[in-house]
Design a protein around this ligand. Structure first.
Ligand code: COA
Length: 169
């Protein structure tokens, strides 16, 4: 059986994305609700992975967002990565990250950076990221900036399309 697959969220998915992010970041991690959503949500590319069985079948169980580079940069930013606690370790987070990489490359980005919670550093290292710089506090949580180079999107298509090539994590 293949693992989870992720896709770009539709506007109809937004309430479920907000619910999931609120459960994870506000409920589990104590991030203040007023900073969980921000202006960048309006222009970000949001990606979701859906549950495949049991009570979460068809529901949004993992999400993340992509902020496209401005002012001539080709480095995109990924953030708000969250998987529902009931599905962690099943590949939904990796599927979301792979689709975010694919979307970033399709839009011309050549690299991605993110502010990783130190507790999730290993998750990003498995996906090809390297830490750059020292740890620091953000929203009261220890973070480290991590970076990954993206494969070209046409190399992804040649390699077999979605989920392979740039999306291989
Ligand atoms: C981080 C998070 C998004 C990962 O999602 P997930 O669906 O559990 O991850 P996956 O099942 O796709 O894991 C992919 C790989 O990373 C590993 N992994 C997952 N979380 C990890 C962690 N915290 N540390 C080290 N490795 C981790 C998995 O074991 C798996 O390894 P494998 O490829 O060898 O099997 C999820 O744990 C989460 O929502 N955490 C709380 C919120 C959070 O910390 N977000 C990150 C903000 S920077």
């Amino acid at each position: 059986m293949t693992g989870p697959s992720a896709s770009v969220a539709t506007p109809d998915d937004w309430p479920e994305v907000v619910d999931l992010r609120t459960r994870v970041f506000v409920g589990e991690q104590g991030v203040p609700p007023e900073i969980e959503q921000d202006d960048r949500d309006a222009t970000a590319v949001h990606v979701v992975s859906r549950g495949r069985a049991g009570g979460v079948a068809g529901r949004v169980v993992a999400t993340g967002r992509l902020l496209l580079p401005g002012d001539g940069s080709r480095t995109a930013a990924i953030g708000r990565m969250a998987a529902d606690i009931s599905v962690r370790g099943l590949g939904h987070g990796a599927a979301v990250l792979a689709e975010l990489h694919r979307q970033a490359a399709l839009r011309g980005a050549t690299a991605v950076e993110l502010h990783a919670q130190v507790s999730a550093r290993g998750f990003y290292e498995r996906a090809g990221y390297t830490a750059v710089g020292p740890e620091y506090l953000e929203a009261g949580i220890a973070h480290v900036t991590m970076r990954r180079v993206l494969e070209r999107p046409d190399a992804d298509r040649v390699a077999g399309g979605q989920g392979s090539g740039a999306g291989r994590v």
